[in-house]
Design a protein around this ligand. Structure first.
Ligand SMILES: Cc1ncc(COP(=O)(O)O)c(C=O)c1O
Length: 297
């Protein structure tokens, strides 16, 4: 303990000022995407859509194709949004809260609750808290969600609507979930409640600099279990191009998709389609995104 205190004092005396925010790119990494700021864009997109005008609340088709390429999902079940994955996550949660999946809005329930993988990500907790959802913890283990703890929590607490986790390089401890773990998680939660929603925040889906556990894309695992509506998988370009200035993507099942489409029709007249097109021109496909990510390290 004394040694620790000495080290602490020595560090303190250096008067360092270091930004330890996790996931915040360095300006050298941001520079890699500077071409996005100067690139000219043809104002007419695929399918003849005028990118300068209103419309396309779920994203232009070429951006949705790029999102589906990255998430390994079906294009017609993939949304290309703006700004951040949080926005999409909050819109989906709002839809479930206000309208429900099958006319079963959470707002009508007594104390709807959510499971949060811990250690976890403070901003997830803030989103759930903001919606008034009660939160319970579920432990992580080296292969993902601690399934014994999951079973314990599901039998202890009533009315759990969903679970939120980061399945790859989970904050802050770095767990990468195994296929077996994700599969079991989906089976257990679907059996608990057929409309249970697992929110997979794939913020670090394409951020592998060293060899890391290979995962079968979550939409494939879910599809195989007939559980697409029990998952929502999110990712974004916030840590690829510009924080809050890129694109965000979501894939889920048909019912959740219709629900978030309904919410977006209420609040998003249109995403920034010019920015979406710029990103599509910049990357074109997933393999170029992966090449770009190599330059980050
Ligand atoms: C796990 C996780 N999810 C989401 C984000 C933010 O992503 P976005 O800007 O797309 O909301 C971060 C940012 O650090 C993060 O660590």
């Amino acid at each position: 303990m004394e040694k620790l205190l000495e080290t602490f004092k020595a560090l303190k005396q250096k008067n360092l000022s270091i930004d330890l925010t996790r996931g915040k790119p360095h300006s050298d990494q941001l520079d890699l995407s500077n071409n996005l700021m100067t690139q000219a864009v043809d104002p007419i997109g695929e399918n003849g859509v005028d990118l300068r005008n209103y419309g396309e609340p779920i994203g232009i088709i070429e951006a949705r194709k790029l999102g589906a390429d990255i998430l390994d999902s079906k294009i017609d079940l993939t949304i290309a949004g703006e700004q951040s994955s949080y926005l999409l996550m909050t819109q989906l949660l709002l839809g479930r809260f206000l309208f429900g999946l099958d006319d079963d809005p959470w707002k009508n329930d007594k104390e709807p609750a959510f499971l949060c993988a811990v250690p976890g990500f403070d901003r997830h907790f803030a989103t759930l808290e903001g919606l008034g959802l009660k939160m319970h913890t579920v432990n992580l283990c080296s292969s993902g969600i601690d399934l014994d703890d999951l079973n314990k929590k599901l039998s202890k607490y009533p009315n759990i609507k969903g679970l939120i986790c980061v399945p790859r390089h989970s904050n802050p401890s770095g767990e990468v979930f195994s296929d077996e773990n994700i599969t079991n998680l989906l089976k257990i939660t679907k059996e608990y409640n057929s409309s249970f929603i697992n929110l997979f925040d794939h913020a670090y889906l394409i951020h592998d600099f060293d060899e890391t556990r290979v995962q079968t894309p979550i939409p494939h695992l879910a599809d195989g279990l007939d559980a697409l509506d029990n998952v929502a998988v999110f990712t974004s370009f916030s840590k690829v191009t510009f924080g809050g200035g890129g694109m965000a993507f979501l894939t889920t099942g048909e019912k959740n998709f219709k629900l978030i489409e309904r919410v977006r029709n209420m609040m998003v007249i249109c995403p920034d389609k010019i920015n979406q097109r710029r990103h599509v021109n910049f990357f074109k496909n997933k393999s170029n995104v992966l090449e770009h990510m190599k330059k980050h390290c």
